[in-house]
Design a protein around this ligand. Structure first.
Ligand SMILES: NC(=O)c1ccc[n+]([C@@H]2O[C@H](COP(=O)([O-])OP(=O)(O)OC[C@H]3O[C@@H](n4cnc5c(N)ncnc54)[C@H](OP(=O)(O)O)[C@@H]3O)[C@@H](O)[C@H]2O)c1
Length: 333
């Protein structure tokens, strides 16, 4: 099969190599008790911020070189273990952790979800990482309740658009924060009730729109705006920390939490979800209900040829990505 490897840590322009590799065995390191894994013919592979960081050796998870990056796919089951509820020919969205930038990929059964008819393969490649993270961050960690106000940073990005859709599906009202007019349109398309600009007085606008402050801030950006995120909260509000695309990891002066009766909550989806098959099935079922009710439908912002994966990484690196970036794999070679 054809696959893409990260072969050196020299950044998106030069780190990738196209290689021919043997078809993978139906085994995955995350499958419990050596259980067989699901083999998927990949139609689309999701591209995300971590792959960009991995080309520079800057992501927390550093596999030995060379390795096939890519954590999620939309595709068709080639083989699945008995009892998994999956059969050859099923359309699926699957989280592979690594190995998605290839014609064939392998995922544990508990990370492989039947793809509803309403979603195509590209959307399937954008479903697991962003939407499971959004649900986990908002509901499991952030304790989001119906009727609450949620402010989402990076609202036109992969996690951001997912968070806007999931928050609405959970009955919340939403404010997206974005940096450009084009991203403003994307955040609205993702269902934001209000959109404000990160270079404007977004904190004051959020307080005014909500009559005093938001209940929850979902933050994949970090950096300098963090203190204003705390200031944008109402009493008992929570900031859920999801990532640091802005570069800097913020520090919290905890007296602010005491004075405002607020919380800062970490949400690291992978570490939490990987050892918990049942949790993933529950979140998968909750998301299926949101898909059925029309709240969740991944926005695919840019599609790139399998042969042009470097451009997909550069698009994310240049802060130009909106929604999900995908690689079209099926027509490769
Ligand atoms: N905690 C978890 O479990 C988990 C799971 C998945 C992803 N993540 C992390 O969440 C973050 C977002 O991922 P994503 O897939 O949503 O990325 P993305 O699609 O590239 O979106 C990130 C957004 O961050 C904003 N941003 C602000 N400063 C930026 C900068 N200097 N460079 C690039 N973007 C900047 C951009 O919005 P504006 O231009 O509008 O500001 C951009 O739309 C990443 O750090 C990723 O690793 C965490």
């Amino acid at each position: 099969m054809r696959a893409i490897q990260i072969a050196e840590l020299s950044g998106p322009d030069s780190a990738l190599r196209y290689v021919e590799l043997p078809e993978p065995e139906p085994a995955h390191p995350l499958a419990p008790n050596g259980e067989a894994a699901v083999v998927v013919d990949v139609h689309a592979a999701g591209v995300s911020f971590p792959e960009v960081l991995q080309t520079r050796g800057e992501y927390q998870f550093r596999p030995p070189l060379p390795f096939v990056p890519g954590s999620e796919v939309g595709g068709v089951v080639r083989s699945a273990p008995a009892g998994s509820g999956l059969r050859p020919g099923d359309r699926v969205a699957a989280f592979t952790a690594l190995g998605a930038f290839a014609e064939t990929a392998v995922a544990p059964a508990f990370f492989t979800f039947k793809l509803p008819d309403a979603l195509d393969f590209d959307q399937g490649a954008g479903l697991v990482l962003n939407y499971h993270t959004a649900y986990f961050a908002l509901k499991t960690r952030g304790r989001l309740a119906e009727g609450e106000w949620v402010l989402v940073h990076g609202a036109a990005g992969g996690v951001g658009t997912a968070a806007l859709q999931v928050a609405r599906g959970l009955g919340a009202r939403t404010i997206g924060v974005v940096s450009t007019e084009a991203k403003e349109r994307v955040a609205r398309e993702a269902g934001a009730d209000h959109v404000v600009r990160s270079d404007g007085p977004w904190k004051d606008e959020a307080k005014e729109l909500t009559g005093g402050g938001v209940d929850l801030v979902l933050d994949p950006v970090g950096g300098e705006r963090f203190t204003d995120s705390l200031r944008a909260l109402r009493e008992t509000g929570r900031v859920v920390v999801v990532g640091f695309t802005g570069g800097a990891i913020p520090e919290v002066r905890v007296n602010r939490l005491l004075l405002g009766n607020t919380e800062v909550i970490g949400a690291g989806w992978g570490a939490y979800a990987m050892p918990k098959p049942d949790f993933n099935r529950e979140v998968g079922a909750a998301l299926d209900r949101l898909i059925e009710r029309g709240f969740v439908s991944p926005l695919v912002g840019a599609r790139f040829d399998f042969d042009d994966a470097a451009s997909a990484l550069r698009c994310i690196d240049a802060r130009q990505a909106t929604g999900k970036v995908v690689l079209d794999v099926r027509d490769a070679g």
